[in-house]
Write a protein that binds this ligand. Structure first.
Ligand SMILES: Nc1ncnc2c1ncn2[C@@H]1O[C@H](COP(=O)(O)OP(=O)(O)OP(=O)(O)O)[C@@H](O)[C@H]1O
Ligand SMILES: [Mg+2]
Length: 239
């Protein structure tokens, strides 16, 4: 099946419409997100906050094409993510989105450079070119000198920098991050937050960041607060 044609974006690069996620187990149904509407414009930073269990990761996964909604749709860069089949969605995801997780998810047996190159290597880019681009990103995150080190030889903050290099190596337009500073001490977290905003600007990204760090959230253009099945939005300080 051919990939669906991209539609004009009309300002929003990521749009959730009527997005609903439910889990059913036996007779009970748990509604995590209900009819959520969200339009994220190119260049925006959106923080997603809320209590544990309020559905932040669920929303991020749905926006990233990593889960399936119960109802509703997500349009990403003009394409309806869940109208595509898995393979098309994965291809679209690799081209348009970069991800950072709370646990860095770096592969322990590979160097920082190889880890940062991984999205290009798995999509079949020539190895030398992938490693060259990975080294470029590592330089941007201040880790040029650690390119040959394995994750176990790097600090938590450095590991998250490698994750950022990996997220951006394929030049995505959208950065999706789930508690990227959740495992870091406050000082290291602040440095990683500064770096995320710096990369956001330098790469012309649109960024969605799940965080428990309210100082981080307040630096974003928008703050979306999830509460069991509902959402409230307020502007951040950058608005
Ligand atoms: N596969 C599943 N089956 C049933 N319930 C699930 C499943 N996955 C997630 N949930 C429930 O969905 C709710 C939202 O989970 P989610 O991981 O999105 O929360 P969160 O806001 O990211 O929380 P945290 O801040 O702890 O990371 C939780 O109550 C969770 O138990
Ligand atoms: Mg979560």
């Amino acid at each position: 099946m051919a990939a669906p044609q991209a539609q004009p974006e009309s300002g929003s690069i990521l749009t959730a419409s009527g997005l609903t996620k439910r889990y059913t187990s036996g007779a009970s149904t748990l509604t995590i997100l209900e009819k959520l509407h969200l339009e994220i414009h190119a260049g925006q930073t959106l923080a997603v906050v809320g209590e544990s269990g309020s559905g932040k990761s669920t929303l991020l996964h749905l926006l990233g094409g990593l889960d399936t909604p119960s109802e509703g749709s997500v349009r990403c860069a003009g394409v309806d993510l869940y109208a595509m089949n898995e393979a098309e969605r994965a291809r679209h995801r690799n081209r348009t989105m970069g991800f950072v997780w709370q646990q860095h998810a770096l592969l322990p047996e590979f160097t920082a450079e190889e880890n940062a190159a991984m999205p290009l290597l798995v999509s079949g880019s020539p190895r030398s070119e992938a490693l060259r681009l990975a080294r470029e990103r590592l330089r941007e995150v201040g880790l040029a000198a650690r390119a040959g080190h394995r994750p176990g030889e790097l600090s938590g903050g450095e590991q998250q920098r490698v994750s950022l290099a990996r997220a951006l190596v394929a030049r995505p337009r959208i950065l999706l991050a789930d508690e990227p500073t959740g495992n870091l001490d406050p000082h290291t977290a602040e440095a990683v937050v500064d770096l995320i905003f710096e990369l956001h600007r330098a790469h012309g990204l649109t960024s969605v960041i799940v965080t428990h760090n309210l100082a981080f959230a307040q630096r974003c253009h928008r703050v979306l607060k999830l509460k069991a099945g509902a959402a409230d939005e307020s502007p951040g300080a950058a608005a």
